[in-house]
Design a protein around this ligand. Structure first.
Ligand SMILES: Cc1cc2nc3c(=O)[nH]c(=O)nc-3n(C[C@H](O)[C@H](O)[C@H](O)COP(=O)(O)OP(=O)(O)OC[C@H]3O[C@@H](n4cnc5c(N)ncnc54)[C@H](O)[C@@H]3O)c2cc1C
Length: 809
């Protein structure tokens, strides 16, 4: 066995083999895969082998589409058959909500170039003849689906990788991992030691165990999964003969089942409600190519519905029942990328659909390792989307919930309950008592809206405007006309100190840093000149800065900061997490409220827009930013958690006679929309350049050096390829929520990034991107909402306070 390699991949399932192949394709041939047993010995060998492109996250869908398109190339290069059966797939809707969901899915697929369409149940019979028509309303047809041979496909990746110079060692178990002081790795196996630069964890069912070798607990858990293979069914053969094709793939939401042809019979798999986790703490190393005991009782409720929906199947004999485990992350998407806090330790695990996603995971990870960037927007799969709050038992609750919802709709206003409440602020109970409907924001409970007394504090989930509409309107009115208070704890907050702090920060940010006592909005770019961060930075004093960013991106950003920090210890960055939490007061009366709580002068002259102060308020030591995300006069006030309650009660008492009201996250998002403010992960993402995103004011090209500057200059010189636009939409009772296609002059050219109802301006609003070449002031804009094209109108100025006087008043 070789004793050195540039990369060691742990795990020879479909994912590890795909990463191996993609690395060789990128030109890295000194790569080695270690497999403790034989290739496919984890979850791969007993997969049902189905593949499809649809995914709730459009960026993940694109990588699935790449995976599906790869198989023919793989067969050609390797000479190994993947056992491909390409056949169209249909998703069946048995309720009006599921029909709306399918229409939304088709619309979302349009700008990704997906060829899905809505068809009638009569037409669906051409693909799947066993449907009992009376139960269904319509279907979605996806021509790009099929199934394959899991083992053949894994070996095809492996063969293609070997042809590219890769080495594969089977019967080689990685027993421990040790990082040496120079950052390289010592991989100890039952056959000896391999020294390498990079380690990839593609351990599948054992991904947690491999993670534990480097002291991390990955949020993955295996679930048992069952599918049946029926005996031959005469009707299957009859269909094949008369139609001249295989029976298509089917997803039946009602029965929580998927079906496809296998030989002359059918495969029927179920994502049941009472799903069962497997190996909740540790996965036994002795587990090999074996199956679990089937438990038909567990899937009986779903089977009953499936047999009602497809009566031909009820009488088919069952040839075998497969019950095997495979892994899931809490949201069901893979965990890919460099692991924060470990150098050159990469994750390629939690891949629940290896034959839809494995190619995309291999492509993204190999780009990342070789070029320093995944080359796509893969936030939906990034291992950095979870923090250490995603513990083993939290993961257990969420994975079970996710499994049971695999074929359920998630409505735009639907919050999922499992594992909650997890993190709460001291005001949690106070907010609940006041009617707060809470949402989960990166593991933290956050008030979304407040139900008026006598009404139910609960979302009625829907694609349409719902029971939160009027309460949010009232919250927005209170902010715009008097003063509102909201909790803003769910931000990431960092303190940066040390003699090198200013130079380091300046080298990351496109904007010049603020002077002492001031704030500045600072985008951050990667080397390719794409937006990877959007921060508010305060200079507290010489060599000390405070910085606020997206809470969801805290691990993502810390990973970047750790990579760029000077090695000489001249800069220290401390993420505050929950040690600093905030309340924001916003609205024309907010200064009056603040002044009542302090003997410091907070007049407009003494405490200006974009000023930063550290001072006492309501007897509490606070850090205060004079800025709000609502676009009003306002303040963000940050205190240690033990003082938050005192601060809140003081604010409420001081504001009582000027009409102070609570407002939640949903009102905040509506208010920022009326100002056309962008938000991280929607308008600002690593697929957009700063000029595309309209951040021109915050990007200095002639002042200082920073990462991504050369690419930003290029973008400016060549002109942005995309343009961020703001629209007023002729919506009916359903506003845009994000990812809908934008039609310009009758063609789909762009997509919505976010939208909703602007309650104070009384308009339905949307933000999105279109290609710059399509941008014309008189273009005819439409947005497809739930299958219906609604006219939209370009809005150049924000409808609320276009001259931005309110923030400065
Ligand atoms: C019943 C069933 C049906 C399924 N149907 C489908 C389907 O239709 N379509 C689809 O896309 N997916 C399906 N899946 C899921 C699919 O099987 C997984 O997505 C896929 O197998 C994940 O592959 P992997 O490479 O990540 O993990 P694994 O297949 O688990 O591979 C991990 C490998 O790592 C090795 N390993 C672990 N630790 C070490 C170590 N320390 N040293 C050396 N080697 C190590 C293991 O031996 C194993 O071979 C199904 C799964 C099941 C169980």
């Amino acid at each position: 066995m070789k004793t050195t390699a540039r990369v060691v991949i742990i795990g020879g399932g479909v994912v590890g083999c795909s990463v191996l192949y993609h690395l060789t394709k990128k030109g890295w041939s000194d790569v080695m895969l270690l497999e403790r047993d034989q290739l496919t010995s984890g979850s791969t060998w007993h997969a049902a082998g189905g593949f499809h492109t649809l995914n709730g996250d459009p960026n993940v869908a694109m990588l699935q589409s790449y995976t599906v398109s790869l198989y023919e190339e793989l067969e050609r290069i390797s000479g190994q058959s993947c056992g491909l059966h390409k056949s169209p797939g249909i998703m069946l809707a048995d309720t009006p909500e599921r029909m709306e969901f399918l229409k939304m899915t088709v619309a979302r697929g349009r700008y990704l170039g997906m060829e899905t369409e809505i068809i009638s149940i009569k037409e669906a019979l051409n693909y799947f003849p066993f449907i009992e028509e009376k139960y269904f309303l319509g279907a979605l047809l996806d021509p790009n689906e099929g199934h394959l041979d899991p083992s053949g496909t894994t070996y095809a990746y492996a063969k293609a990788a070997r042809l590219g110079g890769a080495t594969i060692e089977v019967q080689t178990k990685v027993e421990s991992l040790e990082q040496k002081p120079d950052g390289t790795w010592r991989v100890s196996t039952n056959k000896g030691v391999v020294e390498c630069e990079h380690v990839v964890n593609a351990g599948g069912l054992w991904a947690r165990e491999v993670g534990r070798m480097v002291g991390i607990e990955l949020p993955v858990l295996a679930m048992e999964h069952m599918y049946l293979v029926t005996d031959d069914i005469p009707e299957v053969e009859a269909f094949n003969k008369s139609a001249g094709k295989e029976i298509g793939h089917v997803i039946d939401f009602g029965a929580e089942s998927y079906l496809r042809q296998e030989g002359k019979g059918m495969v029927l798999g179920v994502y049941e409600q009472a799903g069962k986790p497997w190996s909740t703490k540790t996965t036994p190393w002795s587990f090999g190519q074996e199956l679990l005991q089937p438990d038909l009782d567990r899937i009986a409720p779903s089977l009953e519905i499936a047999f009602k929906h497809f009566p031909t199947l009820e009488h088919a004999g069952i040839k075998r029942v497969i019950n095997g485990p495979f892994t899931f992350a809490p949201d069901g998407n893979p965990l890919v990328g460099p692991v924060q806090g470990r150098t050159n330790f990469w994750s390629a695990c939690g891949v629940m659909a290896g034959f839809s996603q494995g190619g995309g995971v291999g492509l993204a990870l190999s780009n990342w390792m070789v070029d320093g960037d995944p080359g796509f927007d893969i936030w939906g799969m990034d291992v950095a989307r979870y923090g250490d709050w995603a513990t083993r038992t939290y993961t257990n609750a969420k994975v079970r919930e996710n499994y049971s919802r695999r074929f359920r709709i998630r409505f735009p206003n639907e919050e999922l309950p499992a594992g909650r409440p997890l993190q709460t602020t001291p005001l949690y109970d106070t907010f609940i008592e006041q009617g707060a409907v809470m949402g989960d924001s990166w593991g933290m409970e956050t008030p979304l809206w407040f139900a008026p007394k006598g009404t139910q504090a609960k979302d009625i989930v829907s694609f349409h405007r719902s029971n939160d509409f009027e309460p949010i309107k009232a919250e927005c009115k209170a902010v715009r006309e008097a003063v509102g208070v909201t909790e803003v704890a769910n931000f990431a907050k960092y303190e940066i100190t040390g003699p090198g702090a200013e130079a380091w920060l300046q080298g990351l940010m496109t904007n010049t840093l603020p002077k002492t006592g001031r704030l500045q909005l600072c985008p951050m770019l990667n080397h390719q000149g794409k937006i990877i961060g959007d921060f508010t930075i305060a200079k507290a004093e010489e060599d000390r800065f405070m910085m606020w960013g997206s809470s969801q991106a805290q691990v993502y950003h810390m990973r970047w900061f750790e990579q760029t920090l000077p090695k000489d210890g001249s800069v220290r960055i401390t993420p505050y997490g929950m040690k600093l939490i905030g309340l924001s007061i916003a609205g024309p009366k907010s200064r009056e409220v603040l002044q009542r709580l302090t003997d410091e002068d907070v007049s407009n002259e003494a405490f200006k827009f974009m000023d930063y102060r550290e001072m006492e308020i309501a007897t509490v030591q606070a850090k205060i930013n004079r800025v709000t995300y609502t676009g009003d006069l306002g303040y963000e006030i940050w205190v240690a958690p033990e003082y938050q309650r005192r601060l809140y009660e003081s604010i409420m008492a001081a504001g009582a006679d000027v009409g102070i009201q609570n407002f939640g996250m949903r009102a905040l998002l509506c208010l920022r929309l009326e100002k056309n403010f962008g938000t991280w992960f929607r308008e600002f993402r690593p697929i957009y350049g700063p000029f595309e995103a309209g951040l021109d004011r915050f990007v200095k090209l002639d002042k200082h050096e920073y990462i991504g500057k050369a690419a930003a200059i290029k973008e400016k010189q060549e002109g942005p390829k995309k343009t961020r636009i703001f629209m007023v939409v002729d919506a009916l009772d359903c506003d845009v929520m994000g990812d809908e296609p934008i039609w310009v002059d009758g063609k789909v050219v762009g997509w919505v990034t976010s939208g909703g109802f602007g309650h104070y301006v009384n308009q339905s609003l949307a933000q999105g991107y279109i290609p710059t070449e399509c941008f014309k002031p008189d273009m005819k804009l439409e947005i497809e909402i739930l299958g219906e094209r609604r006219a939209a109108h370009l809005q150049m100025d924000p409808p609320f306070d276009p001259e931005a006087k309110r923030m400065r008043m």
